[in-house]
Every structure is written in structure tokens, then in C-alpha cells.
Design a protein around this ligand. Structure first.
Ligand SMILES: Nc1nc2c(ncn2[C@@H]2O[C@H](COP(=O)(O)OP(=O)(O)OP(=O)(O)O)[C@@H](O)[C@H]2O)c(=O)[nH]1
Ligand SMILES: [Mg+2]
Length: 314
């Protein structure tokens, strides 16, 4: 890692004192975490296997005892089997990385989850050097470009990297998330020339079941900003999101005025006097976006009902 950038990251937690040394978890290996301390020292500290600590956690270490400090933000997701995973802690922004062929659905879920967790999501369309990229990136730019930061670039050729660098230099701490093979680690390597993360083999065209990155790690971007590389995952299931949150965070519905519908708790499905449906009918809201919203709404309703059932059983 770049020494200067590393020192910048360490400075943030430079409050070593009699109660222990403060640091930030920069990698997690199951039974041990790597901590970067305020004096630039890096050290492995043993933790319990299910400690719940994640990359980005601020910690205080006394001897071999590690105490996690309160989190500013936490980003969680669920997998297809209902397992809940903490992606990272104390992030400000979330870089959602896509590439030609990325399956749909991931983007909207990740955006809603990030916003509900208090993070600013941004989209990175990688591999713009590939011939099939143009049509897809233009399509996505049309949907998301006006509502959140959108970067079209190539980690391999370096095209389009500068605007992303400038955004990160504002001092954001973010993570790259995305399905396996979209180029998260390649992007980190391009942004931080002194790190050398393992990237997938070029010959592997399909990527199914092949995760090159297996542990998350936090890196300082030279010039400002910090980024977590995460292992690829396909499912960005929403965790503890209410229907009200979905309505206010769904990308494309930002401009809707509160209480514009006849019912204050309108879910924009079949309710009379629903302004969203009127706008879909008039073409002001794209019908495909509305259908995507309805699919997510059903998903969130199922989560809410399951939570209610759990509460009744208590
Ligand atoms: N053509 C092209 N290939 C790229 C680009 N970025 C990454 N790749 C290739 O895509 C493959 C996967 O890249 P990785 O960086 O390992 O992808 P990842 O998202 O980190 O994958 P996981 O760690 O498995 O989640 C590698 O062969 C890269 O060389 C790009 O901008 N253009
Ligand atoms: Mg990777």
C-alpha cells in the first residue's frame, strides 16, 4: 500500500492512549483481524470466529484484547438462503460495480440498501473497453445518471478513471460491491498502484462459482479516500427495510412529494388516488421502473411479514 496514503488512513485513528491503541480493521481472516494503528503499525489480532467484527470497524486494542467502538454506519445484506452478512462498517459511500452482462436486480437492491443505511451509492460501469459495453452503459446511464454519481470506465485501459479518483479524493470511505468478475479488485489495483490484489484469470470467461477475492480489505487511495475490496456476491437481499423506506429510496422515485397520494401510507399498487400510478399511466414514470419497484415491494412486504411473525412468536 502507498506509504503516504496509508499514513493518512492511520491518522484518523491516531488516539493511542493509556486505555489502548486505536486502529481500524483493514482485513478479516475469520479468527484474526489485521488492524492498522494510529502510529502506522499493522498487526494481526486474534478474535473469536463469530466476533461480528468487519472491515472498517474502529477498534481499541489492549494487549491481545480487541474492543469494537460504536459504528457510524453498517451495511447489511441477505443471501438467497436468508443468511445475513455485514458488508462493511463506517462507510460513507457505496460503489456498485457493474460490467457488461451483470444480471439485473442487483443495482436497485444495492442502492436501496445503501440509502437506508445512510450511505451515498454510486455506480461504476467497468470494462467500457469491451465492444458490448456501450449500449448497456448508455441504457443504465439513462436510468441512473441523473440521480446518483455514475462513472463509466475501464480498469484495464485506465479510461474514465480520473472522475472517480476526484470523487474519492473528497475523502470518502467506500466499498466496491458487485457480482464476481466485474473487476472490483482490478479497479482497486488501478486506483492504488502500490497494492497488488489478486484478480481473476483472463481465460475464465464465465466466472460462475469462481470467486477470486475471498476476504474484504480496506485500502487508502493515494490523494484521498479509502476503499474496501469485497468478495463478489450475487444476492443483495434487503435486510430490515420497511415499505416506507423502499418508497423513499427507490431510484427514480426521489422526486415524489410526500403525501401526494390520497392515502398517506400509499404503497403505489392498487390504491385509489395514487399519483405514482397516474404518472406511470401518463408516461412520466417509466413502466419498466415501476414493475421493478413492484417486484421489490413484494419482496419487502414478505420481509416485513416474516418479521411480524417472529415478533408474535416472542
Ligand atoms: N476487458 C476488461 N477486463 C477487465 C476490466 N477490469 C477487469 N477485467 C478483467 O475481469 C476479470 C475479473 O477481474 P477481477 O478484478 O478479479 O474481478 P472481481 O470483481 O474482483 O472478482 P471477485 O474477486 O471474484 O469478486 C479479470 O480477468 C480482469 O482482468 C476492464 O476494465 N476491461
Ligand atoms: Mg476481487
Amino acid at each position: 500500500m502507498d506509504g503516504r496514503a496509508d499514513r493518512h488512513m492511520a491518522k484518523k485513528s491516531r488516539e493511542g492512549n493509556a486505555q489502548g491503541a486505536r486502529g481500524v480493521i483493514v482485513s478479516h481472516f475469520g479468527v484474526a483481524v489485521e488492524v492498522l494503528f494510529g502510529n502506522d503499525e499493522r498487526r494481526m489480532v486474534r478474535v473469536k470466529r463469530n466476533s461480528g467484527h468487519v472491515v472498517g470497524d474502529e477498534v481499541r486494542v489492549v494487549g491481545e484484547v480487541l474492543e469494537r467502538l460504536p459504528r457510524r454506519t453498517e451495511l447489511r445484506r441477505s443471501d438467497a438462503r436468508g443468511g445475513i452478512h455485514m458488508v462493511a462498517a463506517n462507510l460513507d459511500v457505496l460503489g456498485i460495480v457493474v460490467a457488461p452482462g451483470t444480471p439485473g436486480g442487483f443495482l436497485d437492491r444495492a442502492i436501496v440498501a445503501a440509502r437506508a443505511a445512510g450511505l451515498l451509492p454510486f455506480i461504476v460501469f467497468n470494462k467500457c473497453d469491451l465492444p458490448e459495453a456501450r449500449a448497456q452503459s448508455t441504457g443504465l446511464l439513462g436510468i441512473y445518471g441523473g440521480i446518483l454519481p455514475f462513472f463509466t470506465l475501464s480498469a484495464v485501459t485506465g479510461e474514465g478513471l480520473e472522475p472517480l479518483r476526484a470523487f474519492l479524493h473528497e475523502g470518502h470511505r467506500g466499498a466496491f460491491v458487485g457480482t464476481t468478475g466485474v473487476g472490483k479488485s482490478s479497479l482497486l489495483n488501478a486506483l492504488c498502484p502500490d497494492i497488488n490484489l489478486k484478480v481473476g484469470e483472463l481465460s475464465d470467461q464465465n466466472w460462475t462459482g469462481r470467486h477470486t477475492t475471498t476476504v474484504s480489505s480496506l485500502h487508502a487511495v493515494p490523494g484521498g479516500g479509502e476503499l474496501v475490496d469485497t468478495p463478489g456476491f450475487r444476492d443483495f437481499g434487503l435486510v430490515d427495510i420497511s415499505t416506507t423506506e423502499l418508497v423513499s429510496h427507490f431510484p427514480g422515485f426521489e422526486a415524489l412529494e410526500q403525501n401526494a397520494c390520497r392515502f398517506h401510507n400509499c404503497r403505489h399498487r392498487q390504491e385509489p388516488g395514487c399519483t405514482v400510478r397516474e404518472r406511470v399511466d401518463s408516461g412520466e414514470i417509466n413502466n419498466d421502473r415501476y414493475q421493478t419497484y413492484l417486484a421489490l415491494l413484494s419482496e419487502v412486504e414478505a420481509i416485513e411479514e416474516a418479521a411480524q411473525r417472529r415478533n408474535w412468536k416472542k
